[in-house]
Design a protein around this ligand. Sequence first.
Ligand code: ACO
Length: 428
Amino acid sequence: MAENNATLTIGDTSYDLPIMKGNEGPDVLDIRKLYGASDHFTFDPGFTSTASCESALTFIDGDEGILLHRGYSIEELSEKSSFMEVSYLLLNGELPSKTQLVEFSQTISRHTMLHEQLATFYRGFRRDAHPMAIMCGVVGALSAFYHDSTDISDPTHRMISSHRLIAKMPTIAAMAYKYSIGQPFLYPDNSLSYTGNFLRMTFGVPAEPYVVNPVIERAMDRIFILHADHEQNASTSTVRLAGSSGANPFACIAAGIACLWGPAHGGANEAALNMLREIGTPDKIPHYIERAKDKNDPFRLMGFGHRVYKNYDPRASVMQKTVREVLSELKVNDPIFDVALQLEDMALNDPYFIEKKLFPNVDFYSGIILSAIGFPTEMFTVLFALSRTVGWVAQWNEMISDPGQKIGRPRQLYTGPKHRPYPGFDER
Ligand code: ACO
Protein backbone atom coordinates (compact mmCIF):
# COMPACT_ATOMS: atom_id res chain seq x y z
CA MET A 1 0.00 0.00 0.00
CA ALA A 2 3.03 2.30 0.42
CA GLU A 3 3.71 4.08 -2.85
CA ASN A 4 5.91 7.05 -1.94
CA ASN A 5 8.05 8.16 0.91
CA ALA A 6 8.08 11.35 2.91
CA THR A 7 11.33 12.54 4.39
CA LEU A 8 11.68 13.73 7.94
CA THR A 9 14.88 15.53 8.82
CA ILE A 10 15.98 15.84 12.43
CA GLY A 11 19.33 17.61 12.79
CA ASP A 12 21.65 16.07 10.21
CA THR A 13 19.76 12.86 9.77
CA SER A 14 16.89 12.19 7.36
CA TYR A 15 14.37 9.42 7.77
CA ASP A 16 12.21 7.94 5.04
CA LEU A 17 8.59 7.55 6.09
CA PRO A 18 6.47 5.43 3.74
CA ILE A 19 3.23 7.09 2.65
CA MET A 20 0.28 4.69 2.80
CA LYS A 21 -2.76 5.24 0.61
CA GLY A 22 -6.29 4.32 1.63
CA ASN A 23 -9.22 3.91 -0.77
CA GLU A 24 -10.66 7.25 0.34
CA GLY A 25 -9.51 10.04 2.63
CA PRO A 26 -6.07 11.40 3.47
CA ASP A 27 -2.90 9.37 2.96
CA VAL A 28 -1.00 8.48 6.12
CA LEU A 29 2.68 8.64 7.03
CA ASP A 30 3.86 5.32 8.38
CA ILE A 31 5.92 6.23 11.44
CA ARG A 32 6.04 2.73 12.95
CA LYS A 33 9.78 2.42 12.55
CA LEU A 34 10.62 6.03 13.46
CA TYR A 35 11.37 5.22 17.09
CA GLY A 36 14.25 2.84 16.89
CA ALA A 37 15.67 4.42 13.74
CA SER A 38 15.67 7.72 15.69
CA ASP A 39 15.10 8.37 19.37
CA HIS A 40 11.97 10.47 18.75
CA PHE A 41 8.33 9.79 19.36
CA THR A 42 5.55 11.78 17.68
CA PHE A 43 3.24 13.87 19.89
CA ASP A 44 -0.50 13.89 19.18
CA PRO A 45 -2.72 14.04 22.28
CA GLY A 46 -6.33 13.39 21.31
CA PHE A 47 -5.13 11.66 18.10
CA THR A 48 -6.10 14.65 15.98
CA SER A 49 -3.59 13.69 13.24
CA THR A 50 -3.08 10.01 13.93
CA ALA A 51 -4.63 6.97 12.24
CA SER A 52 -4.58 4.27 14.92
CA CYS A 53 -5.42 1.35 12.61
CA GLU A 54 -6.46 0.22 9.14
CA SER A 55 -10.19 -0.30 8.79
CA ALA A 56 -12.56 -1.25 5.96
CA LEU A 57 -15.80 -0.59 7.86
CA THR A 58 -16.68 3.07 7.84
CA PHE A 59 -15.48 6.13 5.97
CA ILE A 60 -16.16 9.72 7.00
CA ASP A 61 -15.34 12.83 5.01
CA GLY A 62 -15.88 15.46 7.67
CA ASP A 63 -15.43 18.43 5.32
CA GLU A 64 -18.04 17.17 2.88
CA GLY A 65 -20.37 15.68 5.50
CA ILE A 66 -20.13 12.15 4.07
CA LEU A 67 -20.57 8.93 6.06
CA LEU A 68 -20.27 5.53 4.36
CA HIS A 69 -20.57 2.05 5.85
CA ARG A 70 -18.74 -0.49 3.67
CA GLY A 71 -19.15 2.05 0.85
CA TYR A 72 -22.91 2.68 1.26
CA SER A 73 -24.07 6.16 2.26
CA ILE A 74 -25.83 6.66 5.58
CA GLU A 75 -28.64 8.49 3.77
CA GLU A 76 -29.36 5.44 1.58
CA LEU A 77 -28.96 2.97 4.41
CA SER A 78 -31.29 4.87 6.73
CA GLU A 79 -33.86 5.26 3.95
CA LYS A 80 -33.76 1.77 2.35
CA SER A 81 -32.18 -0.63 4.81
CA SER A 82 -32.91 -2.00 8.29
CA PHE A 83 -30.80 -2.18 11.42
CA MET A 84 -30.47 -5.96 11.04
CA GLU A 85 -29.27 -5.55 7.48
CA VAL A 86 -26.78 -2.83 8.44
CA SER A 87 -25.54 -5.04 11.28
CA TYR A 88 -24.95 -7.89 8.82
CA LEU A 89 -23.18 -5.49 6.47
CA LEU A 90 -20.87 -4.16 9.18
CA LEU A 91 -20.03 -7.62 10.50
CA ASN A 92 -19.66 -9.42 7.18
CA GLY A 93 -18.56 -6.76 4.70
CA GLU A 94 -21.35 -7.15 2.12
CA LEU A 95 -25.12 -6.72 2.07
CA PRO A 96 -26.95 -10.00 2.71
CA SER A 97 -29.14 -11.86 0.23
CA LYS A 98 -32.78 -12.23 1.31
CA THR A 99 -32.06 -15.69 2.71
CA GLN A 100 -28.93 -14.54 4.51
CA LEU A 101 -30.86 -11.69 6.11
CA VAL A 102 -33.61 -14.02 7.32
CA GLU A 103 -31.03 -16.43 8.74
CA PHE A 104 -29.05 -13.63 10.40
CA SER A 105 -32.19 -12.12 11.97
CA GLN A 106 -33.19 -15.56 13.26
CA THR A 107 -29.73 -16.14 14.72
CA ILE A 108 -29.87 -12.83 16.53
CA SER A 109 -33.39 -13.45 17.81
CA ARG A 110 -32.33 -16.84 19.22
CA HIS A 111 -29.84 -15.05 21.47
CA THR A 112 -32.16 -12.39 22.89
CA MET A 113 -32.78 -14.07 26.26
CA LEU A 114 -30.46 -13.53 29.21
CA HIS A 115 -29.26 -16.16 31.64
CA GLU A 116 -32.00 -16.10 34.28
CA GLN A 117 -29.50 -15.40 37.04
CA LEU A 118 -28.52 -12.13 35.39
CA ALA A 119 -31.89 -10.71 36.42
CA THR A 120 -30.73 -10.82 40.05
CA PHE A 121 -27.86 -8.47 39.19
CA TYR A 122 -30.30 -5.63 38.71
CA ARG A 123 -31.50 -5.86 42.30
CA GLY A 124 -28.01 -4.92 43.47
CA PHE A 125 -28.47 -1.45 41.98
CA ARG A 126 -30.37 1.42 43.53
CA ARG A 127 -33.67 2.05 41.76
CA ASP A 128 -32.44 5.53 40.85
CA ALA A 129 -29.12 4.27 39.43
CA HIS A 130 -28.26 5.78 36.07
CA PRO A 131 -29.06 3.08 33.49
CA MET A 132 -25.58 3.53 31.95
CA ALA A 133 -24.11 2.42 35.30
CA ILE A 134 -26.29 -0.69 35.07
CA MET A 135 -25.24 -1.25 31.45
CA CYS A 136 -21.52 -1.11 32.35
CA GLY A 137 -22.04 -3.62 35.16
CA VAL A 138 -24.38 -6.09 33.47
CA VAL A 139 -22.57 -6.15 30.11
CA GLY A 140 -19.23 -6.69 31.87
CA ALA A 141 -20.86 -9.51 33.86
CA LEU A 142 -21.90 -11.33 30.65
CA SER A 143 -18.38 -12.77 30.44
CA ALA A 144 -19.08 -14.73 33.61
CA PHE A 145 -22.14 -16.31 31.97
CA TYR A 146 -21.03 -16.93 28.40
CA HIS A 147 -17.49 -18.08 28.92
CA ASP A 148 -17.94 -20.87 26.39
CA SER A 149 -17.38 -18.40 23.51
CA THR A 150 -14.51 -16.23 24.65
CA ASP A 151 -11.61 -17.89 22.82
CA ILE A 152 -10.86 -14.76 20.82
CA SER A 153 -8.46 -16.55 18.47
CA ASP A 154 -11.38 -18.64 17.16
CA PRO A 155 -13.45 -16.75 14.51
CA THR A 156 -16.53 -18.85 15.33
CA HIS A 157 -16.28 -17.91 19.00
CA ARG A 158 -15.86 -14.29 18.05
CA MET A 159 -18.96 -14.38 15.86
CA ILE A 160 -21.04 -16.13 18.56
CA SER A 161 -20.02 -13.49 21.11
CA SER A 162 -20.81 -10.74 18.61
CA HIS A 163 -24.28 -12.17 17.94
CA ARG A 164 -24.89 -12.54 21.66
CA LEU A 165 -23.93 -8.95 22.36
CA ILE A 166 -26.08 -7.52 19.54
CA ALA A 167 -29.01 -9.71 20.59
CA LYS A 168 -28.85 -9.24 24.35
CA MET A 169 -28.27 -5.50 24.39
CA PRO A 170 -31.98 -4.60 23.86
CA THR A 171 -32.97 -7.03 26.62
CA ILE A 172 -30.39 -5.59 29.03
CA ALA A 173 -31.35 -2.00 28.15
CA ALA A 174 -35.10 -2.62 28.50
CA MET A 175 -34.52 -4.34 31.85
CA ALA A 176 -32.49 -1.36 33.09
CA TYR A 177 -35.48 0.85 32.28
CA LYS A 178 -38.04 -1.49 33.81
CA TYR A 179 -35.99 -1.74 36.98
CA SER A 180 -35.86 2.04 37.33
CA ILE A 181 -39.65 2.37 37.16
CA GLY A 182 -40.41 -0.69 39.27
CA GLN A 183 -42.20 -2.65 36.55
CA PRO A 184 -41.66 -6.37 35.92
CA PHE A 185 -39.11 -7.42 33.32
CA LEU A 186 -40.59 -8.67 30.04
CA TYR A 187 -39.04 -11.63 28.25
CA PRO A 188 -38.21 -11.11 24.57
CA ASP A 189 -40.84 -11.92 21.96
CA ASN A 190 -38.97 -13.30 18.96
CA SER A 191 -42.01 -13.08 16.69
CA LEU A 192 -41.34 -9.33 16.59
CA SER A 193 -38.56 -7.49 14.74
CA TYR A 194 -35.35 -6.61 16.59
CA THR A 195 -36.66 -3.08 17.13
CA GLY A 196 -40.30 -4.04 17.73
CA ASN A 197 -39.20 -6.51 20.38
CA PHE A 198 -37.14 -3.82 22.10
CA LEU A 199 -40.10 -1.39 22.12
CA ARG A 200 -42.34 -4.08 23.60
CA MET A 201 -39.82 -5.06 26.30
CA THR A 202 -39.48 -1.36 27.20
CA PHE A 203 -43.04 -0.08 27.04
CA GLY A 204 -45.15 -3.24 27.31
CA VAL A 205 -46.54 -4.72 30.54
CA PRO A 206 -47.34 -8.39 31.16
CA ALA A 207 -50.99 -7.59 31.89
CA GLU A 208 -51.79 -6.24 28.44
CA PRO A 209 -50.95 -7.03 24.82
CA TYR A 210 -48.53 -4.54 23.30
CA VAL A 211 -49.10 -3.41 19.73
CA VAL A 212 -45.99 -2.09 17.99
CA ASN A 213 -46.64 1.19 16.15
CA PRO A 214 -44.97 0.68 12.72
CA VAL A 215 -44.07 4.38 12.34
CA ILE A 216 -42.32 4.43 15.71
CA GLU A 217 -40.70 1.05 14.99
CA ARG A 218 -39.31 2.39 11.70
CA ALA A 219 -38.12 5.64 13.33
CA MET A 220 -36.42 3.72 16.14
CA ASP A 221 -34.83 1.32 13.66
CA ARG A 222 -33.50 4.33 11.73
CA ILE A 223 -32.06 5.80 14.93
CA PHE A 224 -30.29 2.47 15.52
CA ILE A 225 -28.88 2.60 11.96
CA LEU A 226 -27.67 6.18 12.43
CA HIS A 227 -25.68 5.17 15.50
CA ALA A 228 -24.42 1.78 14.30
CA ASP A 229 -20.79 2.74 13.66
CA HIS A 230 -18.64 5.84 13.31
CA GLU A 231 -15.06 4.70 12.66
CA GLN A 232 -12.42 5.36 15.33
CA ASN A 233 -14.38 7.54 17.78
CA ALA A 234 -13.52 7.56 21.50
CA SER A 235 -15.63 4.57 22.57
CA THR A 236 -14.66 2.46 19.54
CA SER A 237 -11.00 3.22 20.14
CA THR A 238 -11.57 2.24 23.78
CA VAL A 239 -13.02 -1.11 22.67
CA ARG A 240 -10.08 -1.66 20.32
CA LEU A 241 -7.53 -0.70 22.98
CA ALA A 242 -9.14 -2.95 25.60
CA GLY A 243 -9.41 -5.76 23.03
CA SER A 244 -5.77 -5.38 21.95
CA SER A 245 -4.65 -6.95 25.22
CA GLY A 246 -6.72 -10.05 24.45
CA ALA A 247 -9.50 -9.13 26.90
CA ASN A 248 -12.81 -10.93 26.35
CA PRO A 249 -15.41 -9.18 24.15
CA PHE A 250 -17.94 -8.59 26.92
CA ALA A 251 -15.33 -6.75 29.00
CA CYS A 252 -14.27 -4.75 25.92
CA ILE A 253 -17.83 -3.65 25.16
CA ALA A 254 -18.35 -2.72 28.83
CA ALA A 255 -15.27 -0.47 28.46
CA GLY A 256 -16.81 1.08 25.33
CA ILE A 257 -20.05 1.74 27.21
CA ALA A 258 -18.12 3.48 30.01
CA CYS A 259 -16.40 5.76 27.49
CA LEU A 260 -19.61 6.46 25.57
CA TRP A 261 -21.28 7.71 28.76
CA GLY A 262 -19.27 10.97 28.79
CA PRO A 263 -21.11 14.18 27.85
CA ALA A 264 -18.55 14.99 25.12
CA HIS A 265 -19.49 11.69 23.42
CA GLY A 266 -22.67 9.60 23.74
CA GLY A 267 -23.88 11.51 26.78
CA ALA A 268 -24.38 14.56 24.56
CA ASN A 269 -27.89 13.50 23.48
CA GLU A 270 -29.06 13.66 27.10
CA ALA A 271 -27.19 16.93 27.61
CA ALA A 272 -28.63 18.40 24.38
CA LEU A 273 -32.24 17.79 25.38
CA ASN A 274 -31.61 19.10 28.90
CA MET A 275 -30.09 22.21 27.33
CA LEU A 276 -33.07 22.73 24.99
CA ARG A 277 -35.44 22.37 27.94
CA GLU A 278 -33.38 24.83 29.96
CA ILE A 279 -33.52 27.33 27.09
CA GLY A 280 -37.26 26.68 26.98
CA THR A 281 -38.43 29.49 24.69
CA PRO A 282 -36.99 31.04 21.50
CA ASP A 283 -36.50 34.47 23.14
CA LYS A 284 -33.79 32.98 25.43
CA ILE A 285 -31.73 31.58 22.52
CA PRO A 286 -29.51 34.68 21.99
CA HIS A 287 -28.48 34.58 25.66
CA TYR A 288 -27.35 30.93 25.36
CA ILE A 289 -25.56 31.59 22.07
CA GLU A 290 -23.63 34.38 23.79
CA ARG A 291 -22.78 32.05 26.68
CA ALA A 292 -21.51 29.36 24.25
CA LYS A 293 -19.21 31.95 22.67
CA ASP A 294 -17.87 33.26 25.98
CA LYS A 295 -14.46 31.70 26.71
CA ASN A 296 -14.94 32.33 30.44
CA ASP A 297 -18.18 30.37 30.53
CA PRO A 298 -17.86 26.55 30.41
CA PHE A 299 -21.25 26.32 28.65
CA ARG A 300 -21.19 24.80 25.14
CA LEU A 301 -24.04 24.24 22.73
CA MET A 302 -24.63 20.54 23.28
CA GLY A 303 -25.31 18.58 20.10
CA PHE A 304 -23.13 21.07 18.21
CA GLY A 305 -19.62 20.56 16.90
CA HIS A 306 -17.70 17.44 16.04
CA ARG A 307 -14.09 16.35 15.93
CA VAL A 308 -14.46 15.06 12.37
CA TYR A 309 -17.45 16.85 10.79
CA LYS A 310 -16.65 20.40 9.76
CA ASN A 311 -19.91 20.42 7.81
CA TYR A 312 -23.48 19.31 8.58
CA ASP A 313 -23.39 15.85 10.21
CA PRO A 314 -25.38 13.78 7.64
CA ARG A 315 -26.96 11.88 10.53
CA ALA A 316 -28.39 15.13 11.93
CA SER A 317 -30.27 15.78 8.65
CA VAL A 318 -31.91 12.34 8.75
CA MET A 319 -32.65 12.86 12.45
CA GLN A 320 -34.33 16.21 11.80
CA LYS A 321 -36.60 14.56 9.19
CA THR A 322 -37.41 11.75 11.60
CA VAL A 323 -38.43 14.22 14.34
CA ARG A 324 -41.14 15.57 12.05
CA GLU A 325 -42.43 12.06 11.24
CA VAL A 326 -42.55 10.96 14.88
CA LEU A 327 -44.12 14.16 16.23
CA SER A 328 -46.78 14.04 13.53
CA GLU A 329 -47.51 10.32 14.11
CA LEU A 330 -47.80 10.82 17.86
CA LYS A 331 -49.64 14.14 17.40
CA VAL A 332 -47.17 15.79 19.74
CA ASN A 333 -46.58 19.50 19.43
CA ASP A 334 -43.30 19.86 21.29
CA PRO A 335 -42.25 23.52 21.61
CA ILE A 336 -38.70 22.31 22.19
CA PHE A 337 -38.52 21.30 18.50
CA ASP A 338 -39.15 24.93 17.57
CA VAL A 339 -36.44 26.02 19.99
CA ALA A 340 -34.04 23.51 18.37
CA LEU A 341 -34.84 24.69 14.83
CA GLN A 342 -34.42 28.33 15.74
CA LEU A 343 -31.25 27.67 17.74
CA GLU A 344 -29.76 25.82 14.78
CA ASP A 345 -30.70 28.63 12.42
CA MET A 346 -29.26 31.33 14.67
CA ALA A 347 -26.03 29.42 15.33
CA LEU A 348 -25.47 28.61 11.66
CA ASN A 349 -25.71 32.33 10.87
CA ASP A 350 -23.41 33.43 13.68
CA PRO A 351 -19.77 34.24 12.74
CA TYR A 352 -18.39 32.29 15.74
CA PHE A 353 -20.04 29.03 14.65
CA ILE A 354 -19.34 29.69 10.96
CA GLU A 355 -15.66 30.36 11.55
CA LYS A 356 -15.20 27.32 13.81
CA LYS A 357 -17.30 25.16 11.47
CA LEU A 358 -19.67 24.06 14.21
CA PHE A 359 -22.78 22.29 12.91
CA PRO A 360 -25.49 20.20 14.58
CA ASN A 361 -24.33 16.64 15.21
CA VAL A 362 -26.36 13.42 15.52
CA ASP A 363 -27.28 14.23 19.12
CA PHE A 364 -28.92 17.57 18.49
CA TYR A 365 -32.31 16.21 17.37
CA SER A 366 -32.28 12.63 18.64
CA GLY A 367 -33.40 13.57 22.17
CA ILE A 368 -36.59 15.21 20.89
CA ILE A 369 -37.61 12.01 19.08
CA LEU A 370 -36.69 9.71 21.94
CA SER A 371 -38.52 11.87 24.43
CA ALA A 372 -41.65 11.93 22.22
CA ILE A 373 -41.53 8.12 22.01
CA GLY A 374 -41.51 8.01 25.80
CA PHE A 375 -37.90 7.43 26.82
CA PRO A 376 -36.65 9.34 29.86
CA THR A 377 -33.45 11.32 29.17
CA GLU A 378 -31.25 8.93 31.17
CA MET A 379 -32.10 6.21 28.63
CA PHE A 380 -30.82 8.17 25.61
CA THR A 381 -27.18 7.16 25.95
CA VAL A 382 -28.29 3.58 26.62
CA LEU A 383 -30.00 3.55 23.22
CA PHE A 384 -26.80 4.86 21.68
CA ALA A 385 -24.85 2.03 23.36
CA LEU A 386 -27.39 -0.51 22.14
CA SER A 387 -27.02 0.62 18.53
CA ARG A 388 -23.25 1.15 18.64
CA THR A 389 -22.67 -2.39 19.92
CA VAL A 390 -22.66 -3.75 16.37
CA GLY A 391 -20.00 -1.21 15.36
CA TRP A 392 -17.94 -2.04 18.41
CA VAL A 393 -18.02 -5.80 17.81
CA ALA A 394 -17.38 -5.40 14.08
CA GLN A 395 -14.35 -3.18 14.79
CA TRP A 396 -13.15 -5.56 17.50
CA ASN A 397 -13.45 -8.51 15.10
CA GLU A 398 -11.59 -6.61 12.40
CA MET A 399 -8.80 -5.80 14.82
CA ILE A 400 -8.38 -9.36 16.10
CA SER A 401 -8.41 -10.75 12.52
CA ASP A 402 -5.60 -8.37 11.53
CA PRO A 403 -2.34 -10.36 11.56
CA GLY A 404 -0.38 -7.14 12.26
CA GLN A 405 -2.41 -6.41 15.39
CA LYS A 406 -0.34 -5.42 18.44
CA ILE A 407 -1.30 -4.42 21.95
CA GLY A 408 -2.20 -0.70 21.95
CA ARG A 409 0.51 1.03 23.92
CA PRO A 410 0.98 4.79 23.30
CA ARG A 411 4.13 6.54 24.51
CA GLN A 412 4.38 9.92 26.23
CA LEU A 413 6.28 13.17 26.58
CA TYR A 414 7.43 12.97 30.20
CA THR A 415 7.16 16.25 32.13
CA GLY A 416 7.63 15.01 35.72
CA PRO A 417 10.72 15.31 37.95
CA LYS A 418 14.01 13.79 36.82
CA HIS A 419 15.54 10.95 38.81
CA ARG A 420 16.16 12.13 42.39
CA PRO A 421 17.16 10.47 45.67
CA TYR A 422 14.42 9.38 48.08
CA PRO A 423 14.53 11.72 51.11
CA GLY A 424 13.85 10.67 54.71
CA PHE A 425 11.01 12.47 56.60
CA ASP A 426 13.48 14.90 58.19
CA GLU A 427 14.66 16.03 54.74
CA ARG A 428 11.17 16.84 53.28
N1 ACO B 1 -20.25 25.20 21.59
C1 ACO B 1 -19.41 26.26 21.61
N2 ACO B 1 -18.13 26.24 21.19
C2 ACO B 1 -17.67 25.06 20.73
C3 ACO B 1 -18.47 23.90 20.67
C4 ACO B 1 -19.80 24.00 21.13
N3 ACO B 1 -20.60 22.92 21.11
N4 ACO B 1 -17.75 22.87 20.18
C5 ACO B 1 -16.53 23.37 19.93
N5 ACO B 1 -16.48 24.69 20.25
C6 ACO B 1 -15.33 25.59 20.08
C7 ACO B 1 -14.28 25.32 21.15
O1 ACO B 1 -14.48 26.16 22.27
C8 ACO B 1 -12.99 25.61 20.42
O2 ACO B 1 -12.81 27.00 20.39
P1 ACO B 1 -11.30 27.61 20.41
O3 ACO B 1 -10.65 27.12 19.15
O4 ACO B 1 -11.54 29.09 20.42
O5 ACO B 1 -10.65 27.10 21.65
C9 ACO B 1 -13.28 25.13 18.99
O6 ACO B 1 -14.70 25.23 18.84
C10 ACO B 1 -12.84 23.71 18.70
O7 ACO B 1 -13.40 22.86 19.70
P2 ACO B 1 -12.63 21.63 20.36
O8 ACO B 1 -13.26 21.30 21.65
O9 ACO B 1 -11.16 21.93 20.37
O10 ACO B 1 -12.90 20.53 19.28
P3 ACO B 1 -12.87 18.97 19.51
O11 ACO B 1 -12.77 18.36 18.17
O12 ACO B 1 -11.84 18.61 20.52
O13 ACO B 1 -14.28 18.67 20.19
C11 ACO B 1 -16.54 18.07 20.56
C12 ACO B 1 -15.37 18.14 19.54
C13 ACO B 1 -16.10 17.39 21.85
C14 ACO B 1 -17.67 17.24 19.96
C15 ACO B 1 -17.03 19.54 20.83
O14 ACO B 1 -17.47 20.13 19.63
C16 ACO B 1 -18.12 19.58 21.89
O15 ACO B 1 -17.82 19.59 23.09
N6 ACO B 1 -19.43 19.59 21.47
C17 ACO B 1 -20.52 19.57 22.42
C18 ACO B 1 -20.75 18.14 22.90
C19 ACO B 1 -21.35 17.25 21.83
O16 ACO B 1 -22.33 17.61 21.17
N7 ACO B 1 -20.80 16.04 21.70
C20 ACO B 1 -21.29 15.02 20.76
C21 ACO B 1 -20.27 14.69 19.73
S1 ACO B 1 -20.97 13.58 18.56
C22 ACO B 1 -20.95 12.08 19.30
O17 ACO B 1 -20.20 11.77 20.16
C23 ACO B 1 -21.97 11.17 18.86
